[in-house]
Ligand binder design. Structure first.
Ligand code: SF4
Length: 373
Protein backbone atom coordinates (compact mmCIF):
# COMPACT_ATOMS: atom_id res chain seq x y z
CA UNK A 1 0.00 0.00 0.00
CA UNK A 2 1.39 3.35 -1.06
CA UNK A 3 0.29 5.79 1.61
CA UNK A 4 0.90 8.73 -0.72
CA UNK A 5 -2.00 7.56 -2.84
CA UNK A 6 -4.47 6.43 -0.21
CA UNK A 7 -7.83 7.73 -1.44
CA UNK A 8 -10.69 6.19 0.54
CA UNK A 9 -13.04 8.80 2.02
CA UNK A 10 -13.45 6.69 5.19
CA UNK A 11 -9.72 6.53 5.94
CA UNK A 12 -8.88 8.34 9.17
CA UNK A 13 -5.14 7.80 9.52
CA UNK A 14 -5.08 8.58 13.23
CA UNK A 15 -7.38 5.76 14.32
CA UNK A 16 -8.69 2.42 13.02
CA UNK A 17 -11.41 2.52 10.39
CA UNK A 18 -14.92 1.71 11.64
CA UNK A 19 -15.45 -0.52 8.58
CA UNK A 20 -12.58 -2.83 9.56
CA UNK A 21 -14.02 -3.54 13.02
CA UNK A 22 -11.40 -1.30 14.52
CA UNK A 23 -8.56 -3.32 13.05
CA UNK A 24 -6.14 -2.21 10.38
CA UNK A 25 -7.58 -0.83 7.13
CA UNK A 26 -8.38 -3.90 4.97
CA UNK A 27 -6.34 -2.95 1.86
CA UNK A 28 -3.32 -2.66 4.22
CA UNK A 29 -3.87 -6.37 4.88
CA UNK A 30 -4.10 -7.02 1.12
CA UNK A 31 -7.85 -7.58 1.39
CA UNK A 32 -10.63 -5.92 -0.61
CA UNK A 33 -12.79 -3.60 1.47
CA UNK A 34 -16.54 -3.56 0.66
CA UNK A 35 -16.85 -0.06 2.13
CA UNK A 36 -14.08 1.45 -0.02
CA UNK A 37 -15.23 4.75 -1.56
CA UNK A 38 -12.67 6.67 -3.57
CA UNK A 39 -12.36 10.42 -3.24
CA UNK A 40 -12.82 11.59 -6.80
CA UNK A 41 -12.80 14.94 -8.57
CA UNK A 42 -12.62 17.19 -5.55
CA UNK A 43 -14.46 20.51 -5.63
CA UNK A 44 -13.88 23.21 -3.05
CA UNK A 45 -16.71 25.69 -2.48
CA UNK A 46 -15.69 28.78 -0.53
CA UNK A 47 -18.82 30.59 0.60
CA UNK A 48 -18.78 31.90 4.13
CA UNK A 49 -21.76 34.21 4.40
CA UNK A 50 -24.27 35.68 4.73
CA UNK A 51 -26.40 32.78 5.95
CA UNK A 52 -29.12 33.28 3.34
CA UNK A 53 -26.46 33.52 0.62
CA UNK A 54 -24.87 30.28 1.81
CA UNK A 55 -28.24 28.56 1.62
CA UNK A 56 -28.95 29.78 -1.91
CA UNK A 57 -25.48 28.70 -2.99
CA UNK A 58 -26.58 25.11 -2.28
CA UNK A 59 -28.31 25.39 -5.67
CA UNK A 60 -24.88 24.57 -7.13
CA UNK A 61 -24.90 21.13 -5.51
CA UNK A 62 -27.39 19.41 -7.85
CA UNK A 63 -25.54 20.78 -10.89
CA UNK A 64 -22.16 19.65 -9.53
CA UNK A 65 -23.60 16.22 -8.79
CA UNK A 66 -24.87 16.00 -12.35
CA UNK A 67 -21.45 16.93 -13.70
CA UNK A 68 -19.45 14.63 -11.41
CA UNK A 69 -21.81 11.98 -9.92
CA UNK A 70 -18.99 10.54 -7.81
CA UNK A 71 -17.22 13.81 -7.11
CA UNK A 72 -16.37 14.92 -3.57
CA UNK A 73 -17.44 18.39 -2.52
CA UNK A 74 -15.81 20.23 0.37
CA UNK A 75 -17.43 23.45 1.61
CA UNK A 76 -15.59 26.09 3.62
CA UNK A 77 -18.06 28.33 5.41
CA UNK A 78 -18.51 30.50 8.48
CA UNK A 79 -18.97 28.55 11.72
CA UNK A 80 -22.52 29.96 12.03
CA UNK A 81 -23.46 28.56 8.60
CA UNK A 82 -22.24 25.00 9.22
CA UNK A 83 -25.71 23.76 10.40
CA UNK A 84 -27.24 24.94 7.11
CA UNK A 85 -25.19 22.33 5.28
CA UNK A 86 -26.01 19.31 7.44
CA UNK A 87 -27.51 16.42 5.42
CA UNK A 88 -26.65 18.20 2.18
CA UNK A 89 -24.52 15.42 0.70
CA UNK A 90 -21.37 17.52 0.98
CA UNK A 91 -18.36 15.32 1.80
CA UNK A 92 -16.84 17.76 4.30
CA UNK A 93 -18.22 20.98 5.73
CA UNK A 94 -15.39 22.94 7.31
CA UNK A 95 -15.67 26.06 9.44
CA UNK A 96 -13.46 28.92 8.30
CA UNK A 97 -10.38 28.84 10.54
CA UNK A 98 -6.62 28.45 10.17
CA UNK A 99 -6.71 24.63 10.28
CA UNK A 100 -9.25 24.45 7.48
CA UNK A 101 -7.44 27.00 5.33
CA UNK A 102 -4.09 25.22 5.68
CA UNK A 103 -5.72 21.88 4.92
CA UNK A 104 -7.46 23.32 1.83
CA UNK A 105 -4.19 24.80 0.54
CA UNK A 106 -2.57 21.38 0.46
CA UNK A 107 -5.24 19.53 -1.53
CA UNK A 108 -5.11 19.18 -5.32
CA UNK A 109 -8.58 20.43 -6.33
CA UNK A 110 -10.34 19.61 -9.54
CA UNK A 111 -12.38 22.79 -9.18
CA UNK A 112 -12.43 25.75 -6.78
CA UNK A 113 -15.57 27.89 -6.53
CA UNK A 114 -15.19 31.13 -4.60
CA UNK A 115 -18.25 33.35 -4.18
CA UNK A 116 -17.36 35.75 -1.38
CA UNK A 117 -15.46 38.96 -2.01
CA UNK A 118 -13.54 39.41 1.25
CA UNK A 119 -9.72 39.29 1.29
CA UNK A 120 -9.30 35.95 3.07
CA UNK A 121 -11.59 33.68 1.04
CA UNK A 122 -10.63 35.21 -2.30
CA UNK A 123 -6.92 34.95 -1.54
CA UNK A 124 -7.33 31.29 -0.66
CA UNK A 125 -9.21 30.76 -3.94
CA UNK A 126 -6.26 32.17 -5.87
CA UNK A 127 -3.61 30.30 -3.86
CA UNK A 128 -5.23 26.84 -3.71
CA UNK A 129 -3.89 24.22 -6.11
CA UNK A 130 -6.67 23.79 -8.65
CA UNK A 131 -7.25 22.76 -12.27
CA UNK A 132 -10.20 25.15 -12.66
CA UNK A 133 -11.32 28.20 -10.68
CA UNK A 134 -14.61 30.09 -10.70
CA UNK A 135 -15.99 33.11 -8.92
CA UNK A 136 -13.68 35.66 -7.31
CA UNK A 137 -9.99 35.69 -6.47
CA UNK A 138 -7.11 38.13 -6.10
CA UNK A 139 -4.44 39.23 -8.57
CA UNK A 140 -0.75 39.83 -7.78
CA UNK A 141 -1.60 43.30 -6.49
CA UNK A 142 -4.14 41.84 -4.08
CA UNK A 143 -7.10 43.22 -6.04
CA UNK A 144 -10.42 41.44 -6.57
CA UNK A 145 -10.74 39.72 -9.95
CA UNK A 146 -13.03 37.21 -11.65
CA UNK A 147 -11.36 33.80 -11.73
CA UNK A 148 -12.65 32.72 -15.13
CA UNK A 149 -14.30 34.11 -18.22
CA UNK A 150 -17.58 32.48 -17.09
CA UNK A 151 -17.46 34.51 -13.86
CA UNK A 152 -16.98 37.92 -15.49
CA UNK A 153 -20.67 38.87 -15.64
CA UNK A 154 -21.15 38.10 -11.93
CA UNK A 155 -18.12 40.29 -11.24
CA UNK A 156 -19.53 43.07 -13.43
CA UNK A 157 -22.80 43.10 -11.48
CA UNK A 158 -20.83 44.05 -8.39
CA UNK A 159 -19.42 47.19 -10.00
CA UNK A 160 -22.31 48.35 -12.19
CA UNK A 161 -25.53 49.34 -10.35
CA UNK A 162 -27.34 50.03 -13.61
CA UNK A 163 -26.68 46.46 -14.77
CA UNK A 164 -27.49 44.95 -11.35
CA UNK A 165 -30.66 46.90 -10.52
CA UNK A 166 -32.16 47.73 -13.92
CA UNK A 167 -30.90 45.40 -16.64
CA UNK A 168 -30.10 41.98 -15.19
CA UNK A 169 -33.05 39.61 -15.18
CA UNK A 170 -31.29 36.48 -13.96
CA UNK A 171 -31.67 35.28 -10.39
CA UNK A 172 -28.67 34.67 -8.13
CA UNK A 173 -28.86 30.84 -8.39
CA UNK A 174 -28.95 31.23 -12.18
CA UNK A 175 -26.05 33.69 -12.17
CA UNK A 176 -23.78 31.54 -10.01
CA UNK A 177 -24.53 28.41 -12.04
CA UNK A 178 -23.41 30.25 -15.17
CA UNK A 179 -20.45 31.81 -13.37
CA UNK A 180 -19.26 28.28 -12.55
CA UNK A 181 -19.87 26.90 -16.05
CA UNK A 182 -22.69 24.72 -14.73
CA UNK A 183 -26.12 23.98 -16.13
CA UNK A 184 -29.03 26.07 -14.87
CA UNK A 185 -31.92 23.66 -14.29
CA UNK A 186 -33.50 25.58 -12.51
CA UNK A 187 -31.56 23.94 -9.71
CA UNK A 188 -33.29 23.79 -6.33
CA UNK A 189 -31.86 24.76 -2.95
CA UNK A 190 -30.64 21.76 -0.94
CA UNK A 191 -32.06 21.62 2.58
CA UNK A 192 -32.82 18.19 4.02
CA UNK A 193 -34.37 17.86 7.46
CA UNK A 194 -33.91 14.59 9.34
CA UNK A 195 -36.90 12.58 10.54
CA UNK A 196 -36.08 13.60 14.08
CA UNK A 197 -36.16 17.27 13.12
CA UNK A 198 -39.45 16.88 11.26
CA UNK A 199 -40.99 15.16 14.29
CA UNK A 200 -39.73 17.94 16.52
CA UNK A 201 -41.38 20.47 14.15
CA UNK A 202 -44.66 18.54 14.47
CA UNK A 203 -44.50 18.88 18.23
CA UNK A 204 -44.27 22.68 17.95
CA UNK A 205 -46.73 23.28 15.07
CA UNK A 206 -49.44 20.64 14.90
CA UNK A 207 -50.83 19.56 11.52
CA UNK A 208 -54.04 21.32 10.54
CA UNK A 209 -55.64 21.11 7.10
CA UNK A 210 -58.60 23.31 8.05
CA UNK A 211 -56.54 26.09 9.59
CA UNK A 212 -53.29 26.56 7.64
CA UNK A 213 -50.38 28.03 9.56
CA UNK A 214 -48.98 31.25 8.12
CA UNK A 215 -45.54 32.40 9.30
CA UNK A 216 -45.07 36.09 10.02
CA UNK A 217 -41.36 36.74 10.34
CA UNK A 218 -40.79 39.98 12.22
CA UNK A 219 -37.00 39.65 12.01
CA UNK A 220 -35.09 41.80 9.57
CA UNK A 221 -31.35 41.39 10.13
CA UNK A 222 -29.09 44.37 10.72
CA UNK A 223 -27.11 44.80 7.53
CA UNK A 224 -29.60 47.03 5.70
CA UNK A 225 -32.35 49.53 6.43
CA UNK A 226 -35.66 49.05 4.67
CA UNK A 227 -36.27 45.42 5.58
CA UNK A 228 -38.64 45.95 8.49
CA UNK A 229 -42.39 46.01 7.93
CA UNK A 230 -44.10 48.10 10.66
CA UNK A 231 -45.22 45.99 13.61
CA UNK A 232 -48.75 47.42 13.52
CA UNK A 233 -49.06 46.00 10.01
CA UNK A 234 -48.11 42.53 11.26
CA UNK A 235 -50.76 42.87 13.99
CA UNK A 236 -53.46 43.91 11.49
CA UNK A 237 -52.46 41.09 9.17
CA UNK A 238 -52.63 38.57 12.02
CA UNK A 239 -56.14 39.76 12.89
CA UNK A 240 -57.25 39.49 9.28
CA UNK A 241 -55.74 36.03 8.87
CA UNK A 242 -57.41 34.81 12.07
CA UNK A 243 -60.79 36.14 10.92
CA UNK A 244 -60.42 34.07 7.74
CA UNK A 245 -59.53 30.84 9.56
CA UNK A 246 -55.74 30.90 9.25
CA UNK A 247 -53.35 30.57 12.18
CA UNK A 248 -50.61 33.24 12.24
CA UNK A 249 -47.28 31.97 13.59
CA UNK A 250 -44.96 34.74 14.77
CA UNK A 251 -41.30 34.10 14.00
CA UNK A 252 -38.11 35.99 14.69
CA UNK A 253 -34.53 35.58 15.78
CA UNK A 254 -32.75 36.09 19.09
CA UNK A 255 -32.01 39.70 18.06
CA UNK A 256 -35.74 40.45 17.99
CA UNK A 257 -36.38 38.95 21.41
CA UNK A 258 -37.52 42.18 23.13
CA UNK A 259 -39.79 43.15 20.25
CA UNK A 260 -41.17 39.63 20.02
CA UNK A 261 -41.90 39.36 23.74
CA UNK A 262 -43.55 42.78 23.76
CA UNK A 263 -45.82 41.78 20.90
CA UNK A 264 -46.69 38.53 22.62
CA UNK A 265 -47.37 40.13 26.00
CA UNK A 266 -49.48 42.97 24.63
CA UNK A 267 -51.97 40.37 23.48
CA UNK A 268 -53.13 42.41 20.46
CA UNK A 269 -51.77 40.00 17.85
CA UNK A 270 -53.66 36.70 17.67
CA UNK A 271 -51.68 33.57 16.76
CA UNK A 272 -48.92 31.27 17.92
CA UNK A 273 -45.72 32.54 19.49
CA UNK A 274 -43.45 29.48 19.50
CA UNK A 275 -40.43 31.61 20.58
CA UNK A 276 -37.51 33.31 18.94
CA UNK A 277 -34.41 31.61 20.33
CA UNK A 278 -34.33 28.39 18.36
CA UNK A 279 -31.26 26.87 16.74
CA UNK A 280 -31.06 27.17 12.96
CA UNK A 281 -32.14 23.57 12.45
CA UNK A 282 -35.10 23.99 14.83
CA UNK A 283 -36.14 27.18 13.05
CA UNK A 284 -36.06 25.27 9.75
CA UNK A 285 -38.21 22.48 11.22
CA UNK A 286 -40.80 25.09 12.28
CA UNK A 287 -40.81 26.77 8.86
CA UNK A 288 -41.33 23.37 7.21
CA UNK A 289 -44.73 23.21 8.95
CA UNK A 290 -46.02 26.44 7.40
CA UNK A 291 -48.25 26.79 4.36
CA UNK A 292 -47.08 30.33 3.65
CA UNK A 293 -44.69 32.86 5.10
CA UNK A 294 -44.48 36.65 5.12
CA UNK A 295 -40.95 37.95 5.50
CA UNK A 296 -38.52 40.59 4.35
CA UNK A 297 -35.50 39.72 2.22
CA UNK A 298 -33.97 37.60 5.01
CA UNK A 299 -32.58 34.20 5.90
CA UNK A 300 -36.13 33.18 6.90
CA UNK A 301 -37.22 33.83 3.31
CA UNK A 302 -34.40 31.65 1.94
CA UNK A 303 -35.30 28.85 4.34
CA UNK A 304 -38.92 29.10 3.23
CA UNK A 305 -37.91 28.97 -0.44
CA UNK A 306 -35.67 25.97 0.22
CA UNK A 307 -38.54 24.14 1.91
CA UNK A 308 -41.09 24.99 -0.79
CA UNK A 309 -43.25 27.15 1.53
CA UNK A 310 -45.24 29.82 -0.34
CA UNK A 311 -43.37 33.11 0.13
CA UNK A 312 -44.75 36.61 0.29
CA UNK A 313 -41.60 38.68 0.49
CA UNK A 314 -41.55 42.42 1.07
CA UNK A 315 -38.64 44.15 -0.61
CA UNK A 316 -37.48 47.65 0.32
CA UNK A 317 -33.82 48.58 0.22
CA UNK A 318 -32.68 45.44 -1.62
CA UNK A 319 -33.61 44.14 -5.03
CA UNK A 320 -36.02 41.33 -5.73
CA UNK A 321 -34.44 40.70 -9.12
CA UNK A 322 -32.01 38.05 -7.97
CA UNK A 323 -34.47 36.02 -5.88
CA UNK A 324 -35.59 32.71 -7.37
CA UNK A 325 -38.99 31.67 -6.00
CA UNK A 326 -39.38 28.65 -8.32
CA UNK A 327 -43.00 29.73 -8.92
CA UNK A 328 -43.79 29.47 -5.20
CA UNK A 329 -43.76 33.04 -4.06
CA UNK A 330 -44.33 36.69 -4.82
CA UNK A 331 -42.14 39.73 -4.36
CA UNK A 332 -44.01 42.81 -3.15
CA UNK A 333 -42.22 46.03 -4.03
CA UNK A 334 -43.33 49.69 -3.78
CA UNK A 335 -42.45 52.04 -6.56
CA UNK A 336 -40.15 54.33 -4.54
CA UNK A 337 -37.50 56.33 -6.45
CA UNK A 338 -34.76 55.74 -3.85
CA UNK A 339 -35.14 51.94 -3.89
CA UNK A 340 -33.17 49.74 -3.96
CA UNK A 341 -30.64 51.74 -1.95
CA UNK A 342 -28.66 49.06 -0.02
CA UNK A 343 -28.23 51.66 2.75
CA UNK A 344 -27.52 50.75 6.34
CA UNK A 345 -29.52 53.71 7.62
CA UNK A 346 -32.54 55.14 5.84
CA UNK A 347 -32.38 58.95 5.41
CA UNK A 348 -36.21 59.11 5.46
CA UNK A 349 -38.75 56.81 7.13
CA UNK A 350 -38.34 53.51 5.31
CA UNK A 351 -41.40 54.18 3.16
CA UNK A 352 -40.22 51.43 0.82
CA UNK A 353 -41.57 48.98 3.42
CA UNK A 354 -44.25 50.90 5.29
CA UNK A 355 -46.16 51.69 2.09
CA UNK A 356 -46.73 48.01 1.32
CA UNK A 357 -50.33 47.60 2.48
CA UNK A 358 -51.71 44.87 4.71
CA UNK A 359 -54.36 44.18 2.11
CA UNK A 360 -51.74 43.57 -0.58
CA UNK A 361 -49.88 41.11 1.61
CA UNK A 362 -53.09 39.34 2.57
CA UNK A 363 -54.12 38.94 -1.08
CA UNK A 364 -50.69 37.56 -1.99
CA UNK A 365 -50.97 34.93 0.77
CA UNK A 366 -54.39 33.88 -0.49
CA UNK A 367 -53.19 33.68 -4.09
CA UNK A 368 -50.49 31.27 -3.03
CA UNK A 369 -52.80 29.08 -1.03
CA UNK A 370 -55.45 29.01 -3.74
CA UNK A 371 -52.88 27.97 -6.28
CA UNK A 372 -51.81 25.05 -4.14
CA UNK A 373 -55.02 23.76 -2.52
S1 SF4 B 1 -33.58 55.22 1.29
FE1 SF4 B 1 -35.45 54.56 0.25
S2 SF4 B 1 -35.07 52.43 -0.33
FE2 SF4 B 1 -33.54 52.98 1.21
S3 SF4 B 1 -34.43 52.30 3.13
FE3 SF4 B 1 -34.99 54.46 2.86
S4 SF4 B 1 -37.00 54.42 1.84
FE4 SF4 B 1 -36.07 52.40 1.65
Amino acid sequence: MDLKNIDCRHFKGDKPCRFSQNKMCLPFQNQDCPAFEPIEKMTLIIKLGALGDVLRTTTLLPALKKNDPHGSIVWLTSPAAVPLLENSGVYKVLPWNLDSVLWAENVQWNRVISLDKEEGPTTLASRARASRRYGFGRNKHGLLIPLSRASEYLFLLGIDDQEKFRINKKTYPHLIAEACDLEWGPNPYVLNLSEKEINWGNSIIPNSKEHPHIGLNVGSGEAFAGKKWPMENFVKLAQQLTNEGFVPVFLGGAKEKDLYEKLKNEGKAPGLFPGCEFSLREFMAIVSKLKAMVAGDTLAMHIGIALGVWQVTLFGSTTEREIEFYGKGEALVENIPCAPCYKRVCPTKEECMSKISVERVFEAIKRGLNNRW
